[in-house]
Design a protein around this ligand. Sequence first.
Ligand SMILES: [Zn+2]
Length: 221
Amino acid sequence: MLPRVGIGHLAVGFASKRLAPRVSLGWLVLAPIFADLLWSVFVLLGIERARIVPGITKAMPLDLEYVGVSHSLLAMTGWGVVLAGVFFASHRDARGALVVFAGVLTHFVLDWISHRPDMPLLPSGPRVGLGLWNYPLPALATEAAMLLAGVFIYLRITRPLPGGSSRGLLSLLAFLLAMNVGAYFGPPPPSVQPMAALNLATLFVVWMVQRIDQGRELVTA
Ligand SMILES: [Zn+2]
């Protein structure tokens, strides 16, 4: 079983460097994946409920029974305020805080497109979802294209510090793409708890992009 890293969400983080160049990539990537990290924690604590149902969508065998605390539009707005508030308190950067807030909310938009109608507007519903996950190849192609585009945007506005290179970033990109292909076509996870626990490994990606970002500088015209 491979972790299902939301590469579409990661893509938003990379691309948002354009809107807030001075904000570190770690923060920019953390914001759009924040809801999934919360989901992992809440599932492991038993606050939210989900189960593995192979075939429920063709690309994702996940039945989200209750995800109102991490994934409802209302709750995500609240989490966006919380994360942006923490960012503002530590950085005093209003524009950056706004981009962090918007980054958290983009999670709902992307999940709304890919999920079956299981994304609650309010914690108790109604639930919406366009179901791109019922079309595995277009779903995978869309997410992969988004990640490539996001990293491309990031590469255009930053460059390695003298003596550095972009190799680490490109290796991470290849790794994420390969892992997602494996997760898409591999067997479903045995149960939702290990899936949620493995999803917390996305924090490692946040740490890695933060390190990569520290080895780069903004390209000034
Ligand atoms: Zn999600």
